[in-house]
Design a protein around this ligand. Structure first.
Ligand code: EPU
Length: 311
C-alpha cells in the first residue's frame, strides 16, 4: 500500500489501528520524556502494546498502511534530535510479563527490565547474565545491540528470539543471529518481542559475588543518577586503548557544550544537565570529541548510542 502522505489521514489510520487492536495510544510525547538523556523533540505517536501477539499484529498493521514506526524500550541508548519526529514509536514497555523459568531456561518478554532479569536469574541459582546487572535497559534493547559488560554479552546465552513477522510471533534460533560487539544482524524494522535464554546453574554465593562485583565496579567507574545513554562511542578493536581512556587522556572530562558535559567520572559518557539541555548540545559535544580523537589519533570513533533523526 502507498505511504499515506496526508498527516491527518495518517493520524486517523494510526488511531483506528490502535482502537481495533486495543493498543494504548498517546500523542504529544517528547523524546525528552522517553529517553534517559532527557533531550529530544516531539514524537507523533507512542503505541504501547500489552503483549507479544498484540505487538506483532500492531507492527503488521502499521506496515500494511506504510506507516513508519520504530521500537523503543527504556530509551537508554538513544539520542533523538530536537526536531519533530513524524513516525510512530512502538513502546516495549507493556511487554513486561514475569519471566518464566523452566530448568536452566528462562523465557522473557522484550520490555522486561534487564537488571530485574539478572536478579531473577540469580534467585534461581542461574548464571550467565550476572555481569549485565545494572545495565539500565530492557531485554529487547539488550538483544537489539547485544549488550555486554564485565566479560558477558547477552547474545552468548540466547537460545531463541521471538520476532514479529507477518503479524505473528515467530521464534528464530539464536544461532541464526550474528551477535557482534554491540551490534547484531537484526535489521531495521525488526520488532524483537522476547527471547528464551539458556543459563547454567552455579553456586548462588558465587553468582551473587559476581553480581555485586559488577555493580560496585559500575558504581565506582561510571556516572549513575545522571542523565546519560551509557558509553557514547564503541571501543576500538581489542588491544587498543579504550575510548573512555583515550578521551580522558585528551583532557576532555568536564568539557561542556550547552547542557551537555563529558562526564568527569567516565569520559566515554556524555551527561545532560538542566531543563535547557538540547540534543544538539550532546551531538555537538560528541562531534567535538570525534574530531579531537581523529586529529590526535587518526581514529574514527563509531557511535555506540543510536542517533535518531527527525529528517
Ligand atoms: N578509563 C580511564 N578514564 C576514563 C574511563 C576509563 O582512564 O574516563 C580507564 C579505566 O580506568 C580502565 C580502562 O579505561 O583502566 C577501561 O575502562 P572501563 O573498565 O570503564 O571499560 P570501558 O572499556 O571504558 C566498557 C564498556 C562499558 C562496560 C564496561 C565494563 C564499551 C564502549 N564500554 O567500558 O559499556 O560497562 O566496559 O565492562 O564497550 C555501554 O555499553 O554503554 C557501556 C558503558
Amino acid at each position: 500500500m502507498a505511504k499515506i502522505e496526508d498527516p491527518t489521514e495518517r493520524d486517523a489510520a494510526v488511531e483506528q489501528i490502535a482502537i481495533r487492536l486495543s493498543v494504548p495510544a498517546e500523542r504529544g510525547r517528547r523524546f525528552a520524556d522517553l529517553t534517559s538523556l532527557r533531550v529530544g523533540g516531539s514524537i507523533d505517536w507512542v503505541l504501547s502494546p500489552n503483549n507479544e501477539a498484540q505487538a506483532a499484529a500492531l507492527v503488521h498493521d502499521l506496515e500494511q498502511h506504510a506507516i513508519a514506526w520504530r521500537p523503543l524500550g527504556s530509551g537508554s541508548n538513544v539520542l533523538a534530535d530536537d526536531g519533530e519526529h513524524h513516525y510512530v514509536i512502538v513502546s516495549l514497555k507493556g511487554l513486561k510479563a514475569d519471566p518464566v523459568f523452566d530448568g536452566n531456561r528462562v523465557s522473557v518478554s522484550a520490555g522486561y527490565s534487564l537488571p530485574r532479569l539478572c536478579i531473577d536469574a540469580a534467585r534461581q541459582d542461574l548464571s550467565g547474565i550476572e555481569g549485565l546487572n545494572g545495565i539500565p535497559g530492557t531485554v529487547g534493547g539488550a538483544l537489539w545491540m547485544n549488550a555486554g559488560a564485565y566479560g558477558q554479552e547477552i547474545g552468548t546465552v540466547v537460545e531463541t528470539v521471538r520476532v514479529a513477522r507477518g503479524g505473528r510471533v515467530i521464534e528464530i534460533p539464536g544461532s541464526e543471529v550474528q551477535w557482534n560487539y554491540r551490534h547484531t544482524s537484526f535489521r531495521e524494522g525488526e520488532m524483537l518481542l522476547g527471547a528464551t535464554l539458556s543459563l547454567h546453574p552455579d553456586d548462588p554465593q558465587k553468582i551473587s559475588e559476581r553480581m555485586e562485583k559488577a555493580k560496585s565496579q559500575r558504581m565506582a567507574t561510571q556516572p549513575h543518577g545522571s542523565r546519560s545513554a551509557g558509553c557514547f562511542f564503541k571501543n576500538a578493536p581489542a588491544g587498543s586503548v579504550g575510548t573512555g581512556k583515550m578521551i580522558d587522556d585528551l583532557g576532555m572530562k568536564g568539557t561542556r557544550r550547552g547542557g551537555a558535559v563529558v562526564s568527569p567520572k567516565h569520559a566515554n559518557f556524555i551527561v545532560t544537565e538542566g531543563d535547557e539541555a538540547k540534543a544538539e548540545d550532546a551531538l555537538a559535544l560528541a562531534e567535538e570529541i570525534r574530531a579531537r580523537v581523529k586529529r590526535e589519533h587518526g581514529i574514527d570513533l563509531e557511535y555506540e548510542v543510536e542517533l535518531w533523526s527527525s529528517k
